[in-house]
Write a protein that binds this ligand. Structure first.
Ligand code: ADP
Ligand code: MG
Length: 298
């Protein structure tokens, strides 16, 4: 297990940024941490990289506890922060050398990471002269310097133009063949393009954890049901294998189930047992896009 998060909560003052979050990431695997702005992605990543302490709960990276073994965690993880603080006046090599010396890393590794991240053609430039795409490569090179087992990348593709996007995606996918990559994004297409698995977070809570292969097979199922009367969402959540309930309009509800089994008969029985009449009952398969929209709609 490369990353293990157990019932983690983070409160800033009165704001709950993470609420009882649990998940695991294996090695090697590229996992997308997908959620709208403000969902809690950066907060989670700062806790996993020991920049922030959780209010409660546990997290381990590479088997090391983030609270009690910060040094081991830092050695295991390469981190590309959301707003990567680069020294614009430094040359690429100068910057990497500086960080290598801070962390006691062999200088030979600098050329390796430059090669690995495709920085060679721009290596004579100062960071301030680089495009956003190349600056991200510098950030990635820096994250890879100490050859960590786990890479934590906070919105690595945000703000890139389409060509840069393709290049960085390819780079991350290559790195992900040997390492665990946990990357955040608010853009669903990034997950499709790079990830083996997606963990969707909304308002500090995990609302889905799915393999992309499963999603493509349409294992997540949505049943659209119309009753003759209003039903509380919480009541519908008592149905087996429910992932999410949304009252789309009137007395129409979209219920997402975490199974391939046709759940319409369960909904029918549920209505019968609770003296509800069904006016409409349909099933649809949700793609990742639909899933993301459904789970983060409000
Ligand atoms: P994301 O990266 O998914 O956009 P963040 O983890 O940055 O989300 O933020 C989650 C929530 O916590 C947001 O509502 C944000 O406003 C709040 N938040 C983040 N950092 C702080 C902070 N230092 N102090 C107070 N609230 C914060
Ligand atoms: Mg963020």
């Amino acid at each position: 297990m490369s990353i293990k998060v157990e019932q983690l909560t983070k409160v800033y003052g009165t704001q709950k940024a993470l609420n009882n979050v649990s998940f695991e990431v294996n090695n090697p695997e590229i996992v997308g941490f997908l959620g709208p702005n403000g969902a809690g992605k950066s907060t989670m990543m700062k806790i996993l990289t020991t920049y922030l302490e959780a209010t409660s709960g546990n997290a381990q990276v590479n088997g090391h506890d983030v609270k009690s073994s910060t040094k081991e965690v830092q050695q295991s993880v390469g981190y590309l922060p959301e707003h990567n603080p680069l020294y614009l006046d430094m040359f690429i090599k100068e910057y990497l050398k500086f960080n290598a010396s801070v962390y006691n890393i062999d200088k030979s590794r600098i050329n390796e990471v430059i090669e690995l991240t495709g920085l060679t053609p721009e290596v004579h430039k100062k960071i301030g002269q680089l495009s956003k795409g190349y600056r991200q490569r510098v950030g990635l090179a820096n994250a890879l310097l100490h050859n960590p087992e786990v890479l934590i990348l906070d919105e690595p593709t945000t703000g890139l133009d389409p060509n840069q996007l393709v290049d960085i995606r390819t780079l991350i996918k290559n790195v992900g063949k040997e390492k665990t990559v946990f990357l955040s994004t608010h853009i669903m297409q990034e997950v499709e393009a790079m990830c083996d698995r997606v963990i969707i977070i909304n308002k500090g809570e995990i609302v889905a954890d799915k393999k992309l292969s499963e999603l493509r097979e349409g294992k997540v199922q949505t049943v659209i049901v119309e009753f003759d009367y209003r039903v509380e969402d919480a009541f519908l959540k008592k149905l087996p294998k429910v992932k999410h309930v949304e009252n789309t309009y009137g007395f129409v509800y979209e219920i997402a189930f975490d199974t391939q089994e046709d759940m319409r008969s369960h909904v029918f029985d549920f209505a019968h047992d609770n003296n509800l009449k069904i006016l409409q009952l349909n099933q649809k398969n949700a793609s990742l896009e639909a899933l993301f929209r459904e789970l983060t709609a409000n």
